[in-house]
Design a protein around this ligand. Structure first.
Ligand SMILES: Cc1cc2nc3c(=O)[nH]c(=O)nc-3n(C[C@H](O)[C@H](O)[C@H](O)COP(=O)(O)OP(=O)(O)OC[C@H]3O[C@@H](n4cnc5c(N)ncnc54)[C@H](O)[C@@H]3O)c2cc1C
Length: 499
């Protein structure tokens, strides 16, 4: 039996950090709007946003070497690092606004200060790291970064990595104390609690099976209640497809021309988690290394102190892998059913171009635990197999589209796809992900509600004082924002090199 429900202003599909963020922004900008959320699982934040399914790095390019590439003249391109750092400051400001207004509480339950470090071995890599450090250090966004290739200093910073290191290969690291570990699962759940308090109608165990345009230009969703199988029809003026890996199929169902000629390629992640409290206690930082030749950027190895369930944890990875599922809880047919007449050529072109990536991912899946331990031992030379378990993380669906670089080009960033009239938007792709959720959702708002932007701008500026301003070019505002967000979010002044 199918029931038709009253039309609402906004429907958010998916209970991840993206829908949570967009809902929270819209509730602040248009409190009178009615919002409904449909999530197919039993709770919010169970897929990629869950704390065990991602690395919890507050990505601000403090340690991720893939955001600073070496140009052909040998200089370092820091433009991507600046962009990501600025975007993370937007998230920090919005989270601080929510805490200051008591809309969410206990920020230490979702964000903790932790030094961010990059670590490399070999003469060439050490030279690269030094150049990277020199390119960043005078930029106010990266103030407080230190470089060292002195083994004694490195022993102080990363004892677990330096102890029993057999090789005499040159080794160097950078360290900046203003990094963060973000529990995106906890944040998502807090934001959904806040939305519930704001009378947002949140339906768990409700799966959106179809999206069709109605004659008046709004959208009708076919929603299946997973408990009893009943079908409901819900309509809204605006729909956000925040289904994570599930977004591509839903975008295709909407039939908007902007969703055509786009494909998806799933890359799964596996972490190793330490179960020995003595080892966990010996490490304090997120230490990012360099990706192996041929490895995709999302499989850069890192050894991370994490704060999960109010306990310190130690994780290493991610190892990339291949599964045809688009969500961890998805179907083995996800990849096949995403191939449509309009994207088959794009997908075939990508298949031909990315054979080496596919081969790499298949090799990664086949790795035994002992082989993975060998990679971990490049970080912790005396790591013991019995101290580590494997955990399967979330799925990332990389976007494939036709670009100036050619047909079927694999993209590693996020893509916001919107209908020309702004009535529907979808978020595809995975990186830099949850850290930049606020910036990306503001982009959705900008594209879909241009008619309201003038009226909403003062409120956006109240929540995000740097909105529309380059912080790098305004070091005083940057200093003010760093100081106030650190205080509000409980990131102790001692840990932060902001002042
Ligand atoms: C291994 C790994 C490491 C990562 N590390 C980091 C990191 O360190 N820092 C960082 O910032 N980001 C990281 N990310 C990226 C980050 O996790 C994602 O960008 C972010 O969680 C995506 O949020 P989302 O809301 O779009 O998707 P999700 O959290 O996946 O939420 C989508 C939701 O939609 C629901 N859904 C799907 N289809 C339907 C449907 N038809 N009907 C109803 N509901 C539906 C799903 O059940 C799910 O709950 C990582 C990701 C992975 C996989």
């Amino acid at each position: 039996m199918s029931s038709i429900q009253k039309k609402t202003d906004v429907i958010l599909i998916g209970g991840g950090v993206m829908s949570a963020t967009l809902g929270s922004l819209l509730k602040a900008l248009a409190p009178e709007w009615e919002i409904k959320v449909f999530e197919k699982l039993a709770n919010a934040g169970e897929e990629s946003s869950n704390e065990w399914n991602n690395a919890g790095t507050g990505h601000s390019a403090l340690c991720e070497l893939n955001y600073t590439s070496e140009k052909s003249d040998g200089s370092i391109d820091i433009s991507k690092a600046i962009k990501i750092n600025e975007q993370f400051q937007v998230s920090m400001q919005f989270w601080s606004y929510l805490v200051n207004c008591k809309l969410i509480n206990n920020p230490q339950d979702f964000i903790m200060p932790i030094p961010h470090m990059s670590m490399v071995q070999g003469e060439k890599n050490v030279a690269f790291l030094k150049k990277r450090f020199e390119a960043l250090i005078n930029n106010p966004l990266f103030k407080g970064m230190e470089f060292s290739d002195n083994p004694e200093k490195l022993m102080e910073w990363i004892p677990l990595i330096m102890q029993d290191r057999p090789s005499n290969e040159p080794i160097a690291a950078t360290k900046i104390d203003s990094g963060t570990d973000v529990n995106f699962g906890a944040l998502t759940r807090m934001l959904f609690d806040h939305l519930k308090n704001q009378n947002v109608d949140i339906k768990y165990k409700h799966c959106v099976d179809n999206i069709v345009r109605t004659s008046d230009g709004s959208w009708e969703l076919k929603v299946r209640n997973a408990d009893n199988g009943s079908i409901e029809r819900h309509t809204a003026n605006f729909v956000f497809i925040g289904g994570g890996g599930g977004s591509l199929h839903l975008l295709q169902k909407s039939g908007i021309p902007e969703g055509k000629h786009i494909g998806g390629f799933p890359v799964s992640g596996i972490f190793m988690v330490c179960k020995n409290p003595e080892i966990i206690a010996q490490h304090h930082g997120k230490v990012y290394g360099k990706a192996k030749v041929g490895a995709p950027p999302m499989s850069v190895p890192h050894l991370d102190t994490r704060f999960i369930d109010n306990k310190k944890a130690l994780l290493f990875g991610p190892f990339a892998g291949f599964s045809p599922k688009f969500l961890k809880t998805g179907s083995m047919f996800d990849l096949v059913t995403s191939v449509k007449p309009n994207n088959v050529l794009t997908m075939l072109a990508a298949g031909a171009k990315e054979m080496s990536l596919t081969k790499y991912l298949i090799q990664q899946v086949m790795l035994s635990k002992e082989k993975r331990m060998e990679e971990l031992r490049e970080f912790i030379p005396n790591a013991k197999s019995e101290d580590w378990d494997l955990v399967v993380a979330g799925q990332r669906v990389q976007v494939i589209k036709d670009t100036a670089e050619g047909k079927g080009t694999l993209q590693f960033g996020t893509e916001v796809i919107t209908a020309a009239d702004g009535s529907i938007a979808a978020l595809l792709g995975a990186s830099p992900g949850a850290s930049t959720a606020v910036h990306v959702m503001l982009e959705v708002i900008n594209k879909c509600f241009p008619q309201h932007m003038k009226e909403w701008e003062p409120k956006i500026k109240e929540m995000i004082p740097s909105y529309g301003v380059s912080l790098m070019e305004n070091p005083e505002l940057l200093h003010e924002i760093h100081t106030s967000t650190a205080e509000t979010l409980g990131l102790s002044a001692k840990e932060l090199a902001y002042s």
